[in-house]
Write a protein that binds this ligand. Structure first.
Ligand code: PLP
Length: 269
């Protein structure tokens, strides 16, 4: 018999992502973030990277049978209330993750459509971009592309606010219920402006001062993990997104020195 049959379960969230051996991004950033938000984190590991703050040296995608087994293990025991995807590597892995997300109910899904690491290393094959667009995005409760990812998914060139609106609308048409287009890659030297389009049609901008720092490794993972943790605790989407933006800004603002390249965020900030 199970040990805790009738005891209320602690909030649990799931990260479906790739490992960053350097500890700053990927699964490791997700775990640190979810833990800091006082939610229990479970993981489905999709790929392993050999990586540090200077870049990605190697990557290996796990067999889909092992991905299936991780999902099955969690579904058999845990009470996951929200989940997110990060690095998914290639078409085969995206399809495996999509099949498992349809098989089990792990609550609202936040999709961080990770494509290329800051140093330029591909974390998703080019062939898989259309698989993400056509098969994963329709499952997303929240979609969190940065500008290059939004451009790859929509075919738009995004240099103006108007084009950010247009991209968010197009991504919603593809099936993502709520979309946040992150403007951190914009040319604006003063502000990092994110555009949010909610499922009910409301939209707003989230702005934070642009901080001059090398500690930006794992910002996307941290935002989507924070949103996931808040959704696991029962927050509504707008609140989860607002908390996510504030959390990422705080972790960037007080950078810590680790390594010699793009350093990690400060999760104790
Ligand atoms: N490595 C892994 C495994 C990731 O999932 C990600 C982002 O999602 C990165 C690296 C890239 O992080 P960044 O572009 O913030 O350096």
């Amino acid at each position: 018999m199970a040990l805790t049959e009738s005891v209320a379960q602690f909030p649990q969230a799931l990260s479906i992502a790739g490992s960053d051996s350097g500890g700053g991004a990927g699964m490791q950033a997700d775990l640190k973030t979810i833990q800091e938000r006082h939610v229990f984190a479970a993981t489905v590991l999709v790929a392993i990277t050999a990586q540090n703050t200077l870049g990605v040296q190697d990557a290996f995608a796990l067999p889909t049978t092992l991905i299936d087994e991780q999902f099955a293990s969690l579904a058999a025991d845990l009470a996951i209330k929200a989940c997110k995807t990060g690095m998914l590597a290639d078409v085969e892995r995206v399809k495996a993750v999509v099949a498992n997300l349809k098989r089990y109910n792990f609550g609202p899904l936040t999709v961080d459509p990770v494509m290329i690491a800051k140093g330029g290393a591909p974390l998703l094959s080019e062939a898989a971009v259309s698989t993400v667009r056509d098969e994963l995005i329709p499952l997303a409760t929240v979609l969190t592309p940065n500008l290059p990812e939004a451009e790859a998914l929509t075919g738009l060139t995004i240099t103006t606010d108007q084009q950010m609106h247009q991209a968010a609308e197009q991504l919603q048409t593809l099936g993502a219920a709520n979309v946040i287009v992150k403007g951190g890659h914009e040319a604006n030297p003063e502000l990092a402006n994110d555009y949010v389009l909610l499922a009910d049609g409301r939209s707003f901008w989230l702005s934070s001062p642009r901080i001059k720092t090398h500690n930006t490794h794992g910002t996307g993972d941290t935002l989507s993990a924070c949103i996931t943790a808040e959704l696991a605790k029962g927050a509504d989407v707008e609140t989860a997104i607002r908390i996510g933006k504030a959390y990422v800004s705080a972790t960037i603002a007080q950078g810590i020195v680790v390594g010699h390249g793009h350093g990690p965020l400060n999760h104790w900030a």
